[in-house]
Write a protein that binds this ligand. Structure first.
Ligand SMILES: *[C@@H]1O[C@H](CO)[C@@H](O)[C@H](O)[C@H]1NC(C)=O
Ligand SMILES: *[C@@H]1O[C@H](CO)[C@@H](O)[C@H](O)[C@H]1NC(C)=O
Ligand SMILES: *[C@@H]1O[C@H](CO)[C@@H](O)[C@H](O)[C@H]1NC(C)=O
Length: 194
């Protein structure tokens, strides 16, 4: 066998190994669930309302259309004494991209569905989701992308979701789930996800 053949075969084997070992996968985490790879979920400060178990809440999306049948409901309202401090949700992950999804209520009145949600990665402000409602009736958009960050570099990161801003308008966030992308070993994914 010539040296050239040997080199070619060796490089093919190396490439096959790399392909087999490094896979970019998406991990989905429900607002009230846990990351299947770590068993940890969101941390809420203060606690957000368990949307699907809240008969008193004005926002009443269809649980069948919410991821996992759940969502977390929170309102910042500068005119309501108990709601004048922006509320937060944080999530720790190891990955290179993250996508946050909510349910967007369209109503101008019941509930007031304005949104002003700020997103931080590792303490740096990277996004501000704003929405102005335009409908008088009950109407919801499911799987609404609120924030995405890509090209973060495969490392551990902290996502902070902040509902409302001091000096800003009223803000309603209905948080449904997130997806993050991470490099993982296929054989480990098999263990983690079964
Ligand atoms: C992960 O999900 C995002 C958002 O849906 C998508 O753009 C991306 O292509 C997905 N990546 C993988 C590896 O499936
Ligand atoms: C939420 O985080 C912001 C900073 O991003 C902070 O000003 C605010 O006080 C926090 N809210 C709570 C309830 O801790
Ligand atoms: C209200 O907003 C939604 C979402 O942005 C849009 O799809 C819809 O066409 C708007 N409706 C009216 C009456 O402007």
């Amino acid at each position: 066998m010539s040296t050239l053949w040997l080199m070619l075969i060796t490089s093919l084997i190396i490439h096959r190994r790399n392909l087999a070992f490094a896979a970019l996968v998406n991990v989905t985490v429900d607002d009230q669930g846990a990351d299947p790879t770590s068993k940890y979920g969101f941390s809420f400060n203060p606690p957000w309302i368990i949307g699907q178990n809240c008969p008193g809440c004005e926002a009443k999306p269809d649980p069948k259309q919410a991821h996992g049948g759940t969502w977390s409901d929170i309102t910042y309202d500068p005119s309501s004494p108990t709601r004048t401090i922006p509320q937060n949700a944080t999530f720790d992950f190891t990955g290179s991209a993250i996508y946050v999804y909510g349910i967007q209520s369209q109503s101008t009145t019941n509930p007031v569905s304005e949104a002003d949600t700020v997103f931080y990665i590792d303490g740096t402000r990277l996004g501000n989701y704003k929405f102005t409602p335009n409908s008088t009736g009950d109407a919801y958009t499911y799987n609404q992308l609120l924030f995405k960050a890509e090209g973060l570099g495969q490392a551990s990161h902290v996502l902070q979701i902040q509902n409302g801003q001091i000096g800003g308008p009223i803000s309603l966030t209905l948080l449904d789930y997130l997806v993050y992308s991470t490099y993982a070993y296929p054989y480990r994914i098999g263990l983690d996800f079964t």
